[in-house]
Design a protein. Structure first.
Length: 496
């Protein structure tokens, strides 16, 4: 069998893509348990096709292209970007096929007969977003409810983390792990770290399911919402998200969303190392507590709804859902005032802790940018002969390291802000003046931050161009990498 020996060849990229493609294939075969158990036989072909395509193509690429040496960082970014797009395509197959084979499917299921709707739902799931094309998820077959939940659960922790934990015995994928914007290390190797992350995540998932069930939620809803809640997703299997649940269930959801917003280093420190002092020493953990308190106070003190009084629990719930980029909802956000929507938009833009299941810019980067401003001010007031000293989480750090961290945070913040500006412009060009600026900003931030909260803009009736724009926002970094790669190569050739 011919092998791809050049680590910089396309074959090397194919090798690692094969690793990723096996994830949706394995997910589809595991989902057959739900298909058979619910006796939804018309769902069977779609899951079988996804399983065969994912495992088959993944094994061919993985075994045929045995690259030597570690994956280069530039290659890793391409692999993750391409991998996400291919995984999303495979994830749309069960939805698309079922919509065409099941004659008694509800209107919420028939929307997936349009390939763009199926692709949108798959992208929203695997990016752990929660924006949906379905009007009423409660009318979907159990198999499709499960598939939406399963994709969001896997997407919350990261396809790459799962692939490294299960499928690849080698230790040459540090760059692939980092390319998924992860820097968490809980062991001596990337594989050991991936296994520990998944162990903690699985334990919290069981806890979330149990918390919902004990609070009074039916078992099937507890399973699905426990998975999407801890993954800070947003998909539900009910007609009105969490609006019809009691205060006990809403309180359980707040706790679960907060757990999802905290990074795995913190969970590992509390559960395994038992070092609470380390937890409080983290700048981004303190920032999470501060932002959570400030946002809650703001929503408690201002008028949030134009028509219906909003209960205290619902105000706390919505801020938790926004800052934790979860997407669960207990109110009709179309009735909320513009100041309330803008504070939720800010929460969705920032997101939770870096290394957690949340989306958004992440608190770690916000903290670095804040420290950069403070350091700049302190440097301005230094006397002659004095030099600035940089501290982070109680430790002094080198000037070069500090500037690299600040620079990386600034680049991502710039991309996010530019997208938050260009996104509404694009939506106004497509949709006209049907929605206000605050509503467009809200929906853009929800898609960009992988949140899932909506003011009613995202729906099956959305024009195809607007759906494509939202899909792009869901994985904007991957799109930027793929679009700019040819220009970078051309620029390098001209300099050579």
């Amino acid at each position: 069998m011919r092998q791809c020996e050049n680590p910089h060849s396309f074959g090397s990229i194919g090798h690692d893509l094969g690793l990723l493609l096996q994830v949706p294939g394995a997910m589809a075969f595991l989902s057959l348990v739900i298909v058979i158990g619910s006796e939804e036989w018309s769902m069977l072909p779609g899951f079988l096709l996804t399983g065969v395509l994912g495992i088959g193509s993944g094994q061919v690429l993985y075994r045929r292209c045995q690259a030597k040496g570690p994956t280069a960082p530039s290659q890793a970014m391409i692999i993750v970007a391409l991998g996400w797009l291919l995984i999303v395509l495979l994830g749309a197959v069960p939805l698309f096929v079922a919509a065409h084979l099941e004659s008694d499917l509800s209107e919420s299921g028939r929307v997936f007969r349009h390939p763009l709707n199926a692709l949108f739902e798959s992208m929203s799931g695997f990016t752990s977003t929660g924006l949906t094309m379905t009007h009423d998820p409660s009318t979907l077959p159990m198999s499709l409810q499960w598939w939406r939940t399963f994709s969001e659960w896997i997407g919350g922790i990261g396809v790459m983390v799962l692939a490294l934990a299960l499928f690849d015995p080698t230790e040459k994928h540090d760059s692939l792990y980092s390319a998924e914007t992860r820097s968490t290390h809980l062991g001596d190797s990337i594989k050991e770290t991936a296994v520990r992350i998944w162990t903690i995540f699985f334990a919290y998932t069981l806890f979330a399911m149990g918390a919902f069930y004990v609070s009074g939620m039916p078992i099937w809803e507890s399973i699905n919402h426990g998975m999407t809640g801890i993954a800070t997703g947003g998909f539900t299997i009910t007609s009105n998200s969490f609006r019809d649940y009691n205060v006990t269930i809403k309180s359980a959801a707040i706790m679960i969303m907060l757990l999802g917003a905290i990074n795995f280093v913190t969970h590992h420190a509390l559960l395994v190392r038992r070092t609470p002092s380390f937890v409080m020493g983290q700048s981004q953990f303190r920032a999470l507590i501060l932002l959570y308190a400030l946002g809650t106070i703001f929503l408690i003190t201002v008028e949030v709804s134009r028509y219906i009084p909003t209960a205290f629990i619902d105000r706390v719930f919505q801020w938790t859902s926004a800052l934790g980029t979860c997407g669960f909802s207990t109110v009709q956000l179309t009735n909320w005032t513009q100041p309330a929507l803008l504070i939720l938009t800010l929460g969705m833009f920032i997101g939770g802790m870096s290394g957690s299941t949340t989306g958004g810019l992440k608190l770690n980067r916000v903290v670095w940018l804040w420290k950069a401003v403070r350091w700049r001010i302190e440097t301005f007031w230094l006397g002659d002969g004095q030099s600035a000293r940089y501290h982070y989480d109680g430790e002094e750090i080198a000037d070069g390291h500090a500037m690299r961290q600040v620079g990386f945070a600034a680049i991502l913040a710039f991309l996010y802000v530019m997208t938050l500006v260009m996104g509404p412009l694009l939506f106004f060009m497509i949709l006209g003046d049907r929605y206000s600026l605050s509503e467009i900003l809200f929906e853009t931030a929800s898609a960009l931050g992988s949140v899932g909260l909506s003011v009613g803009i995202t729906s099956p009736d959305l024009p195809a161009a607007a759906k494509g724009a939202v899909i792009t926002l869901l994985e904007i970094i991957a799109v930027i990498i793929l679009l700019t790669r040819p220009f970078v190569k051309l620029f390098k050739r001209r300099l050579a």
